[in-house]
Design a protein around this ligand. Sequence first.
Ligand code: NAP
Length: 426
Amino acid sequence: MIHVAIVGSGPTGCFVAEFLAKKHQTIQIDIFDRLPTPFGLVRAGVAPDHQQTKRISQQFDRTLQRDNVRFVGNVEIGRTISYDSLKQHYHAIVIATGAFIDKPLPGIDDPIKGIYGSAHFAGWYNSHPEHCKQPPELNGPEVAIIGTGNVALDIARVLSKTTTELSDSDINTDTEKAINEAGISDIYIIGRRGPEHASFTNMELTELNKLENCTILTDADRLPEQTPDISDAGQRRAVEQNLATLREYSNHAQQNQKIRLHLMFNYNLSGTENSNGKLTALSLTDNSDSKNDLRLPAQTLISAIGYRSEVIPGIPFNEHHGRFEHTDGLIEPGVYCAGWCKRGPQGVIPTNRSDANSTGKRILADLADTTVSKAGFSGVADQLDQQAPVFYEDWQTIDNAEQSRATNHRPRTKFSDTDAMIAQIL
Ligand code: NAP
């Protein structure tokens, strides 16, 4: 029997498990996660109103139900079980922990209330237990978001939606209430480069225009007249589509909607102002030829500039890139990485499938002739005694409890602390 440990039950971990479980007859795959709940980013990163995207968890659920796959939640590798112990007892280890630490926003060193990273902010509105311990405070009507990626658009959209628009989402009602009570009037999405360099995709950009109570505004003067020369046809088409959508938005008049969402390009954040330690305004340096620097009132600043992976003690880490040190996915003999902790936070969920499959293929090739016997889960199980591991059937209990707590048309009301989750299974 071959024993494989996968660290992280997000999309990549589940894709690797599915691949290996299908391709090998005598394999046991144990997926460890530090949360009592599986699916990583699908549960705690994908926006709560994107239920269609979250539906992929049904496929991952089927993977976890396979006879040769074991989910072990509430177990942290590097703390509950050491990395060395895992290496001792498994033939192969796949690190698939993703990237969920906010990259620091350059120039923001002082602790000012009202400044948050997108991992924390999106984690909060997705009821991630770590991020709900210190919920962000929305202290006023003006919110600024740095970065022009899909995460920035997700955050702006969730902050702008009405109760009706959120009615089939899985945002918790107390989170929604906190957003409503902030009385948001203006959201500024600020890119340091021009719109032709924005990394948001057109589907997400056009989705903004469907918002019931929000007008999308952008300055026509900041949009290039021509699409720049881009040799890759697909990329050129993507930029053309974005520019066409933005041109349409630049014709919007300031209507009577409750919220104005401003898409701003070519501005660098150069400073902040605060009153008694609470953010009050931003200084923006104009990077365009017009050199029209701005002072922007804002009580909340969310940095959506990308993520880093978290260090696991004992595993070589590349601090500069914020991910594990590896050569083509191999960290050291028998230890592999896949997904965002290997490539960085790029691409959509299905991008991780091909990455996971190639990792799976490599593992099977490397283990093809192995005659070494390993204990697998039984070798590490005694380290879990104090920890209340959460197995698949326990997750089902938590899942059912969340669904039965759901109000109105919502799919679930999530537990936002691990004790409440564990209490369901004791
Ligand atoms: P992203 O697409 O890499 O965008 C990061 C943004 O931050 C870029 O606009 C970047 O600008 C900016 N930035 C980086 N460093 C900066 C700095 N020091 N100062 C100012 N701006 C800075 O990252 P993301 O939005 O976090 O998304 C991560 C991945 O998840 C992406 O692949 C995304 O497509 C995916 N995702 C997909 C969906 C969806 O499909 N609906 C939803 C959410 C996320 P520069 O270009 O100038 O560096």
